[in-house]
Write a protein that binds this ligand. Structure first.
Ligand SMILES: *Cc1c(COP(=O)(O)O)cnc(C)c1O
Length: 358
């Protein structure tokens, strides 16, 4: 039996994808072995690899000027790889500090390049994203790093700041849920375990001209140009996440592509935000309205003591993963691509009922 999994990551995946994998896992299409046991140079794997990259390009409308890379290590490794590659020959990186993940990206980057805080939401408790005019873009800034969606704080950039410096975006938790304005971006990256696949890999999309400045004095695996020149087959790629991602991407395409994903995300999140707004203060959202995430809805019960009971009741009804991150407390509903509308409806219903009974 499947329950509604509201976990922030690793996340729920489409049942169809899991079933296809189940059917193929022992004997991949008559090969007599599993795809995850096969050489990554085999034609069978090659087809999956190429198809995964082609689907990313098609679904996200990635222009020819950008390369699509599949790199082990998750988003956290990109916190270091970005400055290692982009700031190697000088220049500064500006960081928009919108919360827990942005702060980590900035702290890691400081080990590898000259970085500065272009805006910080720390004083305001990380409850909103900045307006473009609030950003400090320094002369000669090589890039401006943004976290398009803060998974822990539930704060999301609804607009992409076009402020002169090329953007680098950590899109870990809203990857493939919205279109991306590539003209503004030099690089976008994300761990795939929030919307696309199991953990173990980051999807990195980088403007090719950026790679021309790549440093030679880095371990090969850490160089974007090495991954680009070898179609992400410099060494053994993370075969399993790529295999699953390819299926999830085909599911997204069948389901209507990014426009459908975005509309569904707005609808799901809308149900929960409505339950909060209509509760007349019983439930509260710490996030300013214009910055509310449609991927991670963070909320509290005004009487905090009721929260454990609420989580317990949700669990009893087949809704898991609703406990807020340990650093912020409260509740968090992560509503990624594969969360059915019925999941959000069930949660909204419980919220209303729980309030009536309280
Ligand atoms: C989960 C997450 C990360 C970290 O991802 P890993 O793949 O676990 O390293 C970074 N940034 C954001 C926005 C995230 O949601």
């Amino acid at each position: 039996m499947r329950i509604f999994n509201f976990s922030a990551g690793p996340c729920t995946l489409p049942v169809e994808v899991l079933e296809e994998i189940r059917d193929e896992i022992v004997d991949y299409r008559g090969a007599g072995m599993s795809l995850i046991e096969m050489s990554h140079r085999s034609p069978e794997y090659g087809e999956v690899h190429e198809s995964a990259v082609a689907l990313v390009r098609r679904l996200l409308a990635v222009p020819d000027e950008h390369d699509i890379l599949l790199i082990q290590g998750g988003a956290t490794m990109q916190f270091g790889m970005v400055p290692m590659n982009l700031l190697a020959d000088g220049g500064r990186g500006g960081y928009i500090d919108t919360g827990a993940w942005a702060s980590k990206a900035l702290a890691d980057a400081a080990h590898h390049g000259d970085v500065y805080t272009a805006w910080s939401g720390a004083d305001g408790g990380y409850t909103r994203v900045p307006a473009p005019e609030e950003l400090r873009v320094e002369e000669g800034a090589r890039y401006l790093h943004m976290t398009s969606n803060e998974t822990i704080g539930g704060v999301q950039h609804k607009e992409w700041p076009g402020v002169g410096a090329p953007l680098v975006a950590d899109m870990s938790s809203d990857l493939m849920s919205r279109p991306v304005p590539w003209d503004l971006l030099d690089l976008a990256y994300g761990g795939v375990q929030k919307n696309l696949a199991p953990a173990g890999m980051a999807l990195v999309i980088v403007r090719r001209t950026v790679l021309e400045r790549a440093p030679r004095r880095l371990a090969t695996y850490l160089r974007y140009d090495v991954h680009a020149d070898t179609d992400s087959l410099h060494n053994t790629p993370p075969v399993f996440p790529i295999y699953v991602m390819e299926k999830t991407l085909r599911w997204i395409e069948r389901s209507g592509g990014l426009a459908a994903m975005e509309a569904a995300a707005d609808e799901r999140a809308g149900l929960i935000y409505r339950a909060i707004d209509e509760s007349e203060g019983f439930y509260t959202s710490p996030v300013e309205r214009a910055s509310r995430s449609n991927m991670n809805v963070v909320f509290r019960i005004a009487d905090n003591d009721l929260e454990p009971g609420f989580i317990e009741e949700a669990t009893a009804r087949g809704m898991s993963g609703l406990k807020g991150h340990r650093s912020v407390g409260g509740c968090r509903a992560s509503l990624y691509n594969a969360m059915p509308k019925a999941g959000a409806e069930a949660l909204a219903e419980l919220m209303a009922e729980f309030q009536r009974r309280a």
